[in-house]
Design a protein around this ligand. Sequence first.
Ligand code: HEC
Length: 192
Amino acid sequence: MMKKYILATAILVVFIGLLFLAAKYLGSNPDQLNFEYSPDMARTVAFKAQSQNPFFRNGRTEQTPVDGTIPRGFMPLHYGLSEEEAKRAGRELQNPFQSDSTANLERGAWVYQTYCGVCHGVAGDGKGLVVQHGYPAPPSLLLENARKMEDGRMFYIITYGFKNMPAYGSQVDRNDRWYVINFIRQMQENQQ
Ligand code: HEC
């Protein structure tokens, strides 16, 4: 009876000893990765952005976005390039910053002096610097036509351009376009 106990204890001690040895040699090094089975399934081969790709029918790694995709936070405008569309914008687009704060007006002034003044003149009279060097002169923004123009149509003109005026939609952010319109309104009021 006693012998059996001793034998069982000895086997247990040896077994635990083996466990410690196994732990020491198999898994105790924190710098060493564990054994991974079939790692390719977890870690797929990354393709370089402009390299060929056999997994897509068109052979490209970079796929074009699905039709109609828009960036998050971006509201598309649906206007074509014609006088009719400019009129439609004038009817439909509403200035979201009607009653303006001083900070927005200051921003509008900055936008105007940065993007518009070179042609339209610092004071809006159409005598900007590039006009003095031969660029076709824009009409004064202080005249009847611009005074009566809807904010929406101005927004359209800034976004898409208009005859001799290039488009500024890609350079002047959407809110900035409304701010600069408010600034133009302020210039008009100050020039009664
Ligand atoms: C490169 C010169 C240039 C710049 C910069 C420019 N414009 Fe113009 N703009 C013009 C010209 C030229 C016209 C007249 C277009 C025509 O009838 O051929 C015009 C017309 C306009 C009109 C219509 C005025 C009217 O009475 O018909 C508005 C409004 C206007 N611009 C606003 C702006 C605003 C706001 C900016 C700045 C974001 C700006 N423009 C930047 C050249 C410019």
